[in-house]
Design a protein around this ligand. Sequence first.
Ligand code: 5GP
Length: 219
Amino acid sequence: MAPSPSSQPLQDITRRGLMLVLSSPSGAGKTTISRRLLDRELGITMSVSVTTRPMRPGEVNDVDYHFIDMPEFDRMVEAGELLEHARVFSNCYGTPRAAVEKALSGGRDVLFDIDWQGTQQLAQNARDDLVSVFVLPPSGEELERRLHSRAQDSAEVIAQRMAKASDEISHWAEYDYVIVNRDLEESVSAVQAILRAERLRRRRQVGLPQFVRSVQEAL
Ligand code: 5GP
């Protein structure tokens, strides 16, 4: 049967974007999972945070982070330009609000690599838009091995990260989903499955009533 002019294919139903947060202790594989997810899924973009920490070799300004100084960070906090912000180690991090709001209202999803402090703030301010995933390492020994194999960090930074890892892990139960990253491919598939199911939540499909009406009118 030919579609009537008012009928709308399912994929065109207007949808509000969601905020997909991936948190983990550093070294659990979150960054690799994020990259693969972005390569495979259309309609999702990475939130680029601001940070006051120095740029690491290989990082690109405005791609990995917007690297800013402390006065600029304070100004953004004062002006309400950050959706959430936190101090991690001795540095400050935050999520610029404008880019996220634009994406969500345009029906695009946003992926966040932020810590538990930021996730708690998003849960307080935007629970309906938030889907949070915690990535655990397969074991403590494996996490330690991965932290040591990161060439770019000094021994002092590694020690700091180990301490921070156990703090980060203590917040695992605050997340909607928990993945143990035993196999990278399986973990990426699991995050894809979460994203696809969460996109179908009724409350996110804001164009659904209109679509259902068009279906009913044709009956
Ligand atoms: P790194 O300095 O290794 O890139 O990140 C250190 C930690 O800061 C990671 O746990 C990362 O998830 C977290 N982080 C990065 N950007 C943000 C942000 O905008 N907000 C919060 N709350 N945490 C962030």
